[in-house]
Write a protein that binds this ligand. Sequence first.
Ligand SMILES: Cc1cc2nc3c(=O)[nH]c(=O)nc-3n(C[C@H](O)[C@H](O)[C@H](O)COP(=O)(O)OP(=O)(O)OC[C@H]3O[C@@H](n4cnc5c(N)ncnc54)[C@H](O)[C@@H]3O)c2cc1C
Length: 322
Amino acid sequence: MTEAMPQFQLIEPSTVDEAVAALQDAPGAVLCAGGTDLVVQLRQGLSDPGTLVNLSGVAALSTVEETNKGLRVGAGVTLAEIAGMEAVANGYPAVAKAAQSVAGPSHREVATLGGNLCLDTRCVYFNQSHWWRKSNSFCLKNRGDICHVAPKGNRCRAAFSGDMAPALMVHGAEIEIAGANGVRRIALADFYHEDGAEHINLEPCEIVVAAHLPPPGPTSDYEKIRVRGSIDFPLAGVAVACNKLDDGTAQFTVAVTGTNSKPLLVELPGDLNAEEPNDAFFATLEKQVQKAVSPQRTTTIAPHYRRLSVSALTVRLAEGLL
Ligand SMILES: Cc1cc2nc3c(=O)[nH]c(=O)nc-3n(C[C@H](O)[C@H](O)[C@H](O)COP(=O)(O)OP(=O)(O)OC[C@H]3O[C@@H](n4cnc5c(N)ncnc54)[C@H](O)[C@@H]3O)c2cc1C
């Protein structure tokens, strides 16, 4: 059962500076981009901000620039646009494929890159109506004291389930963040924490303004498992990039979503001789991925199934890229 929308003040800035100033003027204000996740949260009573700052009128967030330094994609660019961009499909295939796999077609027309990277973590005990959560005494992520997934632990285990982050991470993406003290740029992998209640590294008045991809290099691919094949969050998603070197070896980079409170880059065994793909290498790769991830009871699908799926997907993608 969904609740009525809460009352809020709506601010509609037209520049990034105005958006930052709006956040400063109204402590606790929440940013809204496409609204595809946020509006559901508002209707479920998971967020009740007095002020919403609507980013859709900030034209500077919707630009894409291709230079010899790579590709800069504004946070307000929609996932449908990203999925359809030739520069993305040719230079960063995993990114195009991840964008194409988010939610359903109508979501992707308005869902933005920034909203996807800043997506809240998800859990069966959190993404529920107010009355459902109240009858369970709420949870550590929202109004409660206990994480029902891991009651003896001291942190929230909700899982990050955005598709775009791992695909960007295997290509070494950075993100650009604007705030009251100017602009900073960090590796996307450093943007996240392993804590479901506080998983992103953003100060209160900061906004993600763009993602930067270095010039194309490795080839890549992305795949996910989900309950409904046509529209759903990843129960587990994997991006793999493969860099084939002149000496005949191949280097892989793997990043995973849906299994932890943050998207994670997986530490891998050494290089593979690309001309002689070797079973021992892929067996080690499979084990390393299984060891790195920690799926919990945050979805109705068993953690062990998600752990095995993520490693099997990794091997399938890696073999396909050779
Ligand atoms: C039925 C359904 C299925 C879905 N399936 C998927 C899926 O398969 N994969 C997936 O990844 N997602 C999925 N989603 C979630 C969501 O649609 C996407 O993640 C989408 O990309 C979010 O973007 P948005 O612009 O709509 O974000 P919003 O809903 O507007 O915002 C999401 C969060 O990001 C914050 N935010 C937005 N922009 C910025 C910014 N520039 N700087 C800082 N913070 C910002 C907001 O404050 C909010 O907390 C699904 C949602 C629904 C309802």
